[in-house]
Design a protein around this ligand. Structure first.
Ligand code: SAH
Ligand code: SF4
Ligand code: F3S
Length: 444
């Protein structure tokens, strides 16, 4: 009889990617994915620990699953992702009803861990880091629609003073070039037109190439760009320190590279950047942006900010606001600093009241939001080449497409356009989307 798996994923796109690979893997084991945990035989929670709130969500979710398990004692509960990686066996003391704990690098062992749990009746924990082995043991990915993610490197060796990622995901490690290209080509054959290459610091990619050479991120992009059927390439998340001249030049000769980049800066104050151990300054970041804009004048730039890092003064924050002005960011993922146990910044004195931090965050977000609206308004009347990715959320026979600069545009069109490129004229600007009309449908 087919077993049912329920999966919930928190955190970043690396977790989303891992989650879809877990589902691919478990499908091969005879599981069928279900939308609600009630009738699941196996519930998997893929967790995030980047901020305290994210971590707490894990435990409230596990609490809910415990109630369900009371009604259905055969149900197994597995916990993966970054909280699992960080806490390991300790998860079992806080949530003894958990059956399996696995890490980001051991997800391919999930079937074996479940079998062992069933055989022995004992909870199983495996959060080791057997390097890149997991990719060799996962089935080829299935495409779902015209867009897909491909993980090209994992982990982080930067050790910013506030961040858990190097501890939960391990050091940077890149997949060999051939493996990445085979996966991309396989997805393109299934109709994928837009690829997003993934990694914690994706532009730190240094994979094994032909004849023992090392391939950097710019060269990887060249290869991916040559794959027939791929129309557009995105990547996330890139690190400013790894934003090389070669990568910037690639924007000049690779038209498939999207006109949008996510380049987290975290702060505009040199003092805070140093305390964060980011390895660059305000001016250095500005120089990267200037060079990029020399090649792609209209590229849209999104970023991440941490507001209220320990010791951040009004002057430091003003430096951040100055940077926002200078760059004209198009979007940001910005949060108040969250103290993470085990990171160096956790021991820094932090006397700024939370209310002050929140007010700074709100101010920052409203300025970036206003900027994004201004940039959207500048698109009015322009015809944009978009990838039609599905039906519009609000329904009504409308379709949704993504512009090169990463905005969603809703327009009236026939469902046969889904999965294809189309030229769409922008006619309306709404708070988080655009409205448009179809000018011309692209090829198959
Ligand atoms: N490697 C990427 C970011 C990955 S983590 C980079 O360094 O640019 C995603 C985002 O989470 C970070 O950009 C940062 O803004 C945020 N973040 C990480 N640790 C945090 C913490 N302790 N408190 C608040 N935000 C944090
Ligand atoms: Fe965290 Fe810094 Fe690594 Fe980004 S670069 S994942 S912020 S340690
Ligand atoms: Fe969270 Fe881990 Fe990603 S901590 S943001 S799921 S790398």
């Amino acid at each position: 009889m087919t077993q049912k798996i329920y999966l919930r994923s928190f955190g970043c796109q690396m977790n989303d990617y891992d989650s879809s690979r877990i589902l691919d893997l478990m499908r091969e084991e005879g599981y069928e994915a279900v939308e609600a945990p009630d009738d699941a035989d196996l519930a998997v929670v893929v967790t995030c620990s980047i901020r305290e709130k994210a971590q707490e969500k894990t435990f409230s979710d596990l609490g809910r699953l415990r109630e369900m398990k009371k009604a259905k004692p055969d149900m197994l509960i597995a916990v993966g992702g970054c909280v699992a990686s960080q806490e390991g066996r300790k998860i079992l003391s806080r949530a003894p009803w958990v059956d399996v704990v696995f890490g980001p690098q051991t997800l391919h062992r999930l079937p074996a861990l479940i079998a062992e749990r069933r055989k022995t009746g004992r909870a199983q924990v495996d959060i080791s880091f057997p390097e890149i082995e997991k990719f060799d043991h996962l089935p080829a990915p299935c495409a779902h629609g015209a867009t897909a993610f491909v993980s090209v490197m994992e982990g982080c060796s930067k050790y910013c003073s506030y961040c858990v990622v190097p501890y939960t995901r391990g050091e940077e490690i890149s997949r060999p070039l051939v493996d990445v290209l085979v996966e991309c080509a396989h997805l393109a054959e299934q109709g994928v037109k837009e690829l997003t290459l993934l990694g914690q610091n994706v532009n730190a990619y240094r994979g094994r190439g032909p004849n023992g050479t090392t391939v950097d991120f710019a060269l990887l992009l060249e290869f991916v760009s040559d794959i027939p059927g791929i129309e557009r390439i995105r990547y996330t998340t890139s690190h400013p320190k790894e934003f090389s001249d070669r990568l910037i030049e690639a924007y000049g000769y690779l038209p498939k590279l999207a006109n949008h980049v996510h380049l987290p800066v975290q702060s505009g104050s040199d003092r805070i950047l140093a305390a964060m151990k980011r390895g660059y300054t305000h001016d250095w970041y500005l120089d990267r942006v200037a060079r990029l804009r020399a090649v792609r004048p209209d590229i849209s730039i999104a970023t991440d900010f941490i507001v209220g890092f320990p010791g951040e003064t009004e002057e430091d924050f003003a430096e951040t606001m100055r940077l926002i002005d200078e760059v004209g960011f198009d979007a940001s993922f910005s949060f108040v600093y969250s103290k993470r146990a085990g990171t160096p910044a956790a021991s820094l004195p932090d006397d700024t009241p939370q209310s002050v931090k929140l007010a700074r965050l709100q101010h920052l977000q409203s300025v970036i939001e206003a900027n994004a609206t201004r940039l959207s308004e500048a698109m009015l009347g322009r015809t944009e080449r978009c990838l039609v990715f599905g039906e519009a959320r609000k329904g009504g026979g409308m379709l949704a497409a993504r512009t090169d600069n990463n905005r969603v545009v809703n327009f009236a069109g026939d469902a046969s356009l889904i999965g294809r490129m189309a030229d769409i004229r922008i006619t309306d600007v709404f708070p988080h989307t655009l409205g448009g009309e179809l000018v011309c449908a692209g090829g198959e």
